[in-house]
Write a protein that binds this ligand. Structure first.
Ligand code: FAD
Length: 460
């Protein structure tokens, strides 16, 4: 960062991880500029504010952010309570964004559309490592400006790029023309978006926690609006993996989701279609006809796409990245979280070193760092940005000393030999409590076992 040392550091996205990155940079005396596409911080979580988190407050707060907030007289929520997305915003992220330190550096309605090196496209070596970055930003949906910065932390999440409904990773034939029959991935069916779902035939596609949440909420809606029909299509032969966490889930709230869903299917409240890989869809006068690869069809008024997310790599096209070919996470992280092998939110604590790319001083953090893997936890992201801020400040000892910042019950172990069987990680600072959420002592990992056989969220 020699020639760029007086420039700020761009943070793309003011979600929980981007805001934490800012707090850590400020503590290190570095100058962040936070670029947020939405009208306010936490714009992605705003879309699912009606959904309850499955991890309690104690896992959801970042230490540097808390230090910044405490200087304003902020009071921490009860550590064991499970917040709704809306509470995470109202009681933590909005106050954090409103601190003078963050507020003065936060640009909202500022969508990053590209990142490159000043004067160098991807093919040019030049003095790449010491050349500033240029971040191209669309402000207020109109004016496009370039921001010159010393380093870039991409914390833009994956919410805005959902996986397509079609099989093979591509949109189904007709999917792009049926967009007005497809809702957002987690609509508020009993609240804000009720009118679009009440008394209608609703098809939920996918087999993860988002599908489970939406199906359960639709069953609540159907109690008041009995003409509501709930249809559920999964690609696999059985929904067992969605039900599967149950009692084996390290986070009881998440485990209970599956059990409740199973009861609703068994009671006939939800009509389940297994082995339903969507090949095409036809827009009808009212509604849409969805056809599976084996020729079966389902007619619905509206589709809820719970097919998971993927990172937007287009904005990073001029950078030299090293991504896992399957998961699209930084190459060394990919194998540790690949949903083909890992079901847990468990991963060894990791930081700047593991997240590094050939493009020096560029990092992908937070939800986006997990690429297509769905098991990201906020606590993991907070440790990522603590380490990245240390690395950018030149404190390599602190950057490389990654450790678990989870208190007591946040530290879980898994039985060796399960799908979560990954190398033993750094011993956490605080494992003394007998109330640990998992009983088995080794290996110690950051995260919470899901009890599922694999970690796919969108499909099974
Ligand atoms: C329904 C749901 C429940 C979850 N529950 C939990 C839980 O209980 N516990 C847990 O630990 N984790 C949970 N997660 C996972 C994860 O912690 C969250 O997704 C979290 O919001 C990720 O934070 P983030 O900052 O990485 O990304 P996001 O929260 O997605 O924030 C990214 C920000 O970047 C902005 N942005 C996107 N593109 C651009 C761009 N091009 N330019 C500028 N800004 C951009 C977005 O508007 C957004 O504000 C949950 C996720 C979901 C979807």
């Amino acid at each position: 960062m020699e020639s760029a040392k007086n420039l700020p550091i761009a943070i793309i996205g003011a979600g929980p991880v981007g805001l934490s990155a800012a707090a850590h940079l400020l503590e290190r005396g570095l100058e962040p500029v936070i670029l947020e596409a939405g009208p306010a911080a936490a714009a992605a979580i705003e879309q699912w504010r009606h959904i309850r988190l499955f991890s309690p407050w104690r896992f959801n707060l970042d230490a540097a952010a808390v230090r910044l907030l405490e200087s304003t007289g902020w009071e921490s929520p009860r550590p064991t309570a499970l917040p709704y997305g809306g509470e995470l915003i109202d009681n933590y992220l909005a106050p954090l964004a409103a601190t003078p330190e963050i507020d003065s550096r936060l640009h909202t309605r500022a969508r990053v559309i590209a990142v490159t090196r000043q004067g160098l496209d991807k093919t040019h070596v030049g003095d790449r490592d010491t050349t500033p970055f240029v971040v191209r930003v669309e402000h207020d949906g109109a004016e496009v400006r370039d921001h010159t910065v010393a380093a870039v932390i991409d914390a833009s999440g994956t919410w805005s790029t959902r996986n397509p409904l079609g099989i093979s990773g591509l949109p189904a034939f007709g999917e792009t023309t049926a967009t007005d029959r497809i809702s957002s991935p987690l609509p508020d069916v009993t609240g804000r978006d009720r009118a679009s779902f009440a008394g209608r035939r609703v098809l939920v596609v996918g087999a993860g926690h988002s599908a489970a949440n939406t199906l359960i909420n639709l069953s609540e809606l159907a109690k008041d609006e009995p003409r509501t029909t709930i249809l559920w299509a999964v690609r696999g032969a059985s929904p067992e993996k969605v039900y599967g966490g149950g009692d084996a889930d390290g986070l009881p709230a998440r485990g209970q989701l599956g059990s409740r869903l199973r009861r609703l299917v068994e009671a006939g409240t939800i009509e389940l279609h297994t082995g339903f890989g969507i090949a095409s869809m036809k827009t009808l006068d009212s509604g849409v006809s969805v056809e599976a690869a084996d020729g079966r069809t389902i007619e619905a008024d509206v589709i809820v796409p719970c097919t998971g997310f993927r990172p937007d790599l287009e904005i990073l096209r001029e950078l030299r990245l090293n991504l896992d070919p399957a998961v699209e996470a930084p190459v060394e992280l990919g194998p540790l979280i690949d949903p083909e092998f890992h079901s847990c939110g468990t991963v060894p604590p990791h930081g700047a070193k593991l997240l590094a790319h050939p493009e020096k001083d560029f990092y992908i953090v937070g939800m986006k760092s997990y690429g297509r893997a769905p098991t990201f936890l906020l606590a993991t992201g907070y440790e990522q940005v603590r380490s990245v801020a240390a690395a950018l400040a030149g404190d390599h000892t602190a950057a490389d000393t990654v450790y678990l910042q989870l208190p007591e019950t946040g530290v879980c172990s898994t039985d060796p030999g399960t799908s979560c069987d990954v190398p033993t990680a750094t011993e956490p600072k605080d494992t003394g409590s007998s109330s640990s959420c998992c009983a088995a002592p080794e290996p110690v990992l950051i995260g919470i076992p899901t009890g599922l056989a694999h970690g796919r969220s969108g499909q099974n």
